[in-house]
Design a protein around this ligand. Structure first.
Ligand code: TTP
Ligand code: MN
Ligand code: MN
Ligand code: MN
Length: 344
């Protein structure tokens, strides 16, 4: 069983499945600390002085160095519930809640799910099962770039001055991902609203669209920021499954003539207004743990609020930068701005 950080991720995931958020985040953070080290741990003394490693984490790492594995982790890995939820949540559109529901009904395999006619699957889950074989395989950097060329060409027809950035794991330098994430925008304010619908239409016309879940923008600057951490932002976005022809991927010749010549790939597109691009880019670059820590740092060390839309300074008016003496959350604004907004 892999590295100490893999072991900690297993524990984190198991806690996520039983909805113990505190321990889940604790193990995730500890795993991130280990992954951030310049060199892998060689022995237990290497963890001396590292932050965010609790006693349970230390015990797991110690077991791995002394016995080759952690009994606590091995137990989770052989646990029927963990194994089943792991399989169920590997389907696009299936989260821990649905997986748990199926598990409690006595279901244990994907075959049982698809052959049980009493189970209602939503549109996303149907696509998740339909393309499971392809989208459960990692997406390579070359495949991500090939998807990028297709989307860029289509978006360029909508507007020649479109900006597009490959984000998510690939922006962090990963060689493989579970999907491909892109941020797109156009300079003229408001024009970005038409961008994703146009891209989706064109993918459909070209026969490349296998699944689409489009979400309209609910972005309203005057109602931000929200007090609570929001995983989802308010920008227009879509979660897609697209058909990627193998011949379009660099280094992948139109090999064996047998079988399909295409692969289904999960793609996320986000279209913030141009003036919000920087914040959206930061938010969509991940990792989730890094984003969480950045927000925490902003809040605790800088008295600011960071999310995918903006960086808010709680001590100055967001609109005119005047110092606010009385802290106002949500939405930092001075008295004159506040009254102007009321009468507007
Ligand atoms: P993911 O694509 O889920 O993760 P990833 O690209 O880091 O890893 P993988 O290679 O497995 O795909 O999400 C990318 C980033 O976008 C992540 O930091 C979370 C963020 N995100 C949002 O900010 N808002 C959203 O609505 C979603 C779905 C993701
Ligand atoms: Mn991704
Ligand atoms: Mn994604
Ligand atoms: Mn003001």
């Amino acid at each position: 069983m892999g590295t100490p950080s893999d072991a900690l991720e297993v524990l984190a995931e198991n806690y996520e499945f039983i909805e113990s958020i505190g321990p889940c985040l604790g193990f995730r953070r500890a795993a991130s600390v280990l992954k951030s080290l310049p060199a892998p741990l060689r022995n237990i003394n290497d963890i001396e002085g590292l932050p965010c490693l609790g006693p349970e984490t230390k015990a797991v790492i110690q077991d791995i160095f002394e016995c080759g594995s952690s009994s606590k982790v091995e137990e989770v890995l052989t646990d029927e519930r963990y194994r089943t939820l792991k399989i169920f949540t590997s389907v696009f559109g299936v989260g821990p809640k649905t997986a748990e529901k199926w598990y409690r009904r006595g279901l244990r395999s994907l075959e049982q799910i698809v052959s049980d006619s009493s189970i209602h699957l939503n549109k996303m889950q149907i696509a998740g099962f339909q393309y499971y074989e392809d989208i459960s395989k990692p997406v390579s950097k070359a495949e991500a770039e090939a998807v990028g060329h297709i989307i860029k060409e289509i978006a360029g027809c909508f507007s020649p001055d479109v900006t597009m950035t490959l984000t998510g794991g690939f922006r962090r330098g990963k060689e493989f991902g579970h999907d491909v994430d892109f941020l797109l925008t156009v300079p003229r304010p408001g024009k970005e609203d038409g961008l994703l619908p146009a891209v989706i239409d064109q993918l459909r016309i070209q026969g490349l669209l296998l699944y689409s879940d489009f979400q309209e923008s609910t972005f309203d600057l005057s109602r931000l920021p929200n007090r609570r951490f929001e995983a989802m932002d308010h920008f227009q976005k879509c979660f897609l499954i697209v058909k990627l022809k193998k011949e379009q991927v660099v280094g992948q010749q139109a090999e064996q003539r047998c079988g399909r010549d295409w692969k289904a790939v999960r793609v996320d597109l986000v279209a913030p207004p141009a003036e919000r691009y920087a914040f959206a880019l930061l938010g969509w670059s991940g990792s989730t743990q890094f984003e969480r820590d950045l927000r925490r740092y902003s809040r605790l060390e800088r008295n600011m609020l960071l999310d995918n839309h903006a960086l808010f300074d709680k001590t100055t008016c967001f609109f005119c930068n005047k110092v606010i003496h009385q802290r106002r959350i949500p939405m930092a604004r001075c008295d004159s701005t506040a009254s102007a907004m009321l009468t507007a």
